[in-house]
Design a protein around this ligand. Structure first.
Ligand SMILES: NC(=O)c1ccc[n+]([C@@H]2O[C@H](COP(=O)([O-])OP(=O)(O)OC[C@H]3O[C@@H](n4cnc5c(N)ncnc54)[C@H](O)[C@@H]3O)[C@@H](O)[C@H]2O)c1
Length: 406
């Protein structure tokens, strides 16, 4: 589901190359949102028909595509799932940009209706058709929020002591508390609750991958032909921070940091994303409870990222008022051992792959619409006040940075 998108397209090719029989369901809404916003990928993205025909000519393998809106066309979705009877459904099909979800009521309502119904329709169809399907969902690290107050972020669950009348009465493992920072992140929290219920009630086997911000563009498979090239979004709605910095540096503009730049986030390279998804598929859970993995390989503050790109390209750095409502700075200590235990080989930012991104930005800079780089909406209509961080800083013991293969 969502196999035409930034993560879904290279994953579809990777799974097909690994001898899996892949079908894509995608209503091409991401391409339509580009039309609505007057934006487009920096890299020239071929039509889905051209992409699939090229893949067939290169690999000999057929990937079928069905244009179904999985949030609206329940019957078509359920019938197709019954016909194909897949072992696994990988679910990317959600509106995924936090800024877009904060643009106005139309986009807020669309994001909730689309994402919540998409997830619920898949769960409902699996139950209605009485199929044993492993659902792998792309969630986000953003569900945990960025106020970790000095403790490490575990993989989905935390153990809590229940205190009654001043005495500890029991210890329980519960879903990690959720602190969404946008309407988009709120829908990912609602997904978590639905997964909890459908696993408990119907024993659906579910893996929820709490993914960091994905960087990079191409993978081994999309490199095989220019028609297979992946998206590169640089605009203020869909372009993630690293892409925006790379675009600004390619154009000779300063790198613009929102707020202090102390906001720390988790990251993962697109090659690692597809590797994680394959590992989750090849090692399905038993279904006792929803399996949650943190899918990230390193953490960086926005300022660190800007300095990194600046060192690589010589670009200057500028600070702007932050349109978002978020702590001015935070630490982020993420536990993400499970996927590495299954065999993930982390790729880090300091490497040749980042230079490849710089050259993509330079190669296609003539396609860039400069007016779209800083078009993120404010999180609130009234002037945004910076939220003081409650975060205490503490020495990190288990950072990704020092556990990465450089
Ligand atoms: N890109 C990131 O940095 C990142 C980080 C964390 C999590 N994620 C999650 O990974 C998933 C994929 O992200 P992406 O960057 O590939 O997004 P994307 O927007 O590029 O891809 C999503 C795809 O789903 C399709 N889609 C959306 N709603 C649909 C519907 N109702 N019916 C059918 N198809 C529909 C879109 O057309 C698009 O092709 C998302 O769920 C996102 O929340 C992404």
């Amino acid at each position: 589901m969502g196999g035409d998108g930034f993560c879904g397209w290279p994953t579809s090719l990777h799974l097909s190359r690994n001898k899996m029989d892949v079908t894509i369901i995608d209503n091409l809404s991401r391409r339509n949102i580009d039309n609505e916003l007057g934006t487009c990928s920096l890299t020239p993205v071929a039509t889905i028909e051209e992409r699939l025909a090229k893949w067939k000519s290169i690999s000999g393998d057929t990937i079928q595509h069905f244009n179904i809106d999985i949030a609206q066309e329940y019957t078509r979705l359920a019938e197709l799932i019954e016909r194909i009877q897949p072992d696994t459904i990988v679910h990317f099909a959600e509106q995924r940009a936090a800024p877009y979800s904060m643009m106005g009521s139309k986009q807020k309502r669309y994001t909730v209706n689309n994402n919540v119904n998409a997830t619920h329709n898949i769960l409902c169809a699996i139950v209605e058709k009485d199929l044993d399907i492993h659902l792998v969902h792309l969630g986000t690290m953003g569900v945990y929020g960025y106020n970790s107050e000095g403790f490490s972020i575990s993989e989905g669950y935390i153990d809590v002591d229940v205190v009654q009348e001043g005495k500890r009465s029991s210890t329980r493992s519960i879903l990690h508390p959720m602190y969404p920072g946008s309407v988009y992140h709120t829908t990912k929290c609602l997904d978590e609750v639905m997964f909890y219920f459908y696993n408990k009630n119907d024993q659906i086997r579910i893996t929820d991958l709490h993914q960091g911000i994905v960087w990079g563009t191409n993978t081994k498979e999309t490199h095989l032909d220019p028609i297979l090239i992946n998206r590169f979004d640089y605009d203020g709605m869909y372009g993630t921070v690293l892409n925006r910095f790379l675009m600004q540096s390619a154009l000779g503009y300063p790198l613009t940091i929102y707020g202090t730049g102390g906001q720390t986030r988790a990251f993962i390279h697109i090659e690692n994303t597809i590797e994680c998804i394959r590992l989750a598929i090849e090692n399905p859970p038993d279904g006792d409870r929803v399996r949650i993995f943190n899918q990230a390989t390193e953490t960086h503050s926005v300022e660190e990222l800007a300095r990194f790109v600046s060192n690589l390209t010589g670009a200057k750095i500028e600070y702007l008022e932050n349109p978002r409502r978020e702590p001015v700075c935070n630490d982020l200590n993420v536990i993400a051992d499970s996927l590495q235990e299954l065999g993930l080989h982390p790729i880090c930012l300091q490497g040749v792959l980042c230079e490849e991104e710089v050259s993509i930005a330079r190669k296609y800079k003539h396609q860039c619409d400069v007016s779209k780089i800083l078009n993120s909406p404010p999180w609130r209509k009234s002037p945004v006040q910076e939220i003081p961080s409650k975060t205490r800083f503490f020495p990190q013991k288990r950072t990704h940075k020092n556990r990465c293969n450089k």
